[in-house]
Design a protein around this ligand. Sequence first.
Ligand code: UD1
Length: 418
Amino acid sequence: MEQLVINGGKPLRGTVNVNGAKNAALAILPAVILSEGISTIDNLPGIEDIKNLVQIFENLGAQCTFSDKHTLTIDASTVNSRRASYGAVKRIRASYYLLGALLGRFNEAEVAMPGGCNFGQRPIDQHIKGFMALGAKVAINHGMVRLKAEKLVGTNIYLDVVSVGATINIMIAAARAEGTTIIENAAKEPHVVDTANFLNMMGANIKGAGTDLIRISGVNKLFGGSYTIIPDQIEAGTYMIIAAATKGTVRVQNVIPKHMDSLTAKLTEMKCIIKEGEDYIEVFGPERLMPTNVKTMVYPGFPTDLQPQIIALLACAQGTGIVTENVWENRFQYVNELKRLGCNITVEGRVAVVKGPATLSGAEVHAPDLRAGAALVVAGLAAKGTTTIMNAKQINRGYEDIEGKLSGLGADIRKINA
Ligand code: UD1
């Protein structure tokens, strides 16, 4: 089992480079299936979720070649299967994009219900509602979702909840449908926009991505091409929080500063000094962090995927901060692990009360999921003494070479196989 061992308590200094966005890559790779051409995707993050997805692609018949760690060429013309089994998809939540992609290409798909992080119920009813509105018949049996359509025809779809996954999945399926599809109450996250830009590069006609109304005019055929994925908002945010937690000075390079606005505002309230350049953000952690309150929301609100990390940071602040989780029903299960390091957190339903300042000291902890694992890294770096994070493979799902990047900033961290 992989473990991260951290000797914390040191201020981190230097520059860290952010990789391509995991959640954009997990949508863009399946979207490649819509074209019968060859596509080259650049700035892919070197993380476990991508490796698993590439494996699924090869099982479907696609030919995948990495020319370097971050650049993948995919020949989707050879895709000959419409089925992805549970064994293949259980480790990644975003496998649901295979439904939209296979349906869009073949009018048929059979994909196991997705796996990924477990923070409560993760329904896909809005995805299914969208596919049905486009003309697909749906059957869900024994954990497999089966979609079949005579043809897909554009229509108006109003999402009952703002869902990133449903917005992207419907956009993918509708790109080759007959006529125009309008998605109302659409998600506006940066990776929704990135996927729309990628589909347009392949010849799709999508307008309005980044607003709550997206208009997709279906086209007959999509072509291969080359595309560079945007930087990862959540990886960037995690390093910004680490700078603050260790009272360090870190330049987070290769970011789109606009994507970070909600976090930048909170770190400023906590008395960090933030400097922004065109493609970097520099964070100066203060000697005394002030508390603040955070509510997670859909973009451009504070991202739920930075909620565990900001809780770890609030534990170090001089007073009480309140965090309200508005996106997922059950995303605080990890706080008991943070408590092992000395954090003072109480949870009542969707609200966590974080009392600082805690004197953090190293302990053995277990990473229950990806972002909770990142929060343990934040706390472990702030804590005095040795923290051992077990089940570190969860962290590798979303952070490329986290131990190498943090070592480059002066952290004492190493990965071991125990
Ligand atoms: C994506 C991200 C995930 C992030 C989440 C919210 C990927 C691969 N994952 O997940 O890291 O935490 O966005 O920013 O991009 N919902 C329904 N019905 C549906 C779909 C969603 O009720 O059909 C609800 C969910 O239970 C949740 C909320 O809508 O409460 C948001 O979910 P959604 O935006 O769909 O999250 P994902 O796309 O799964």
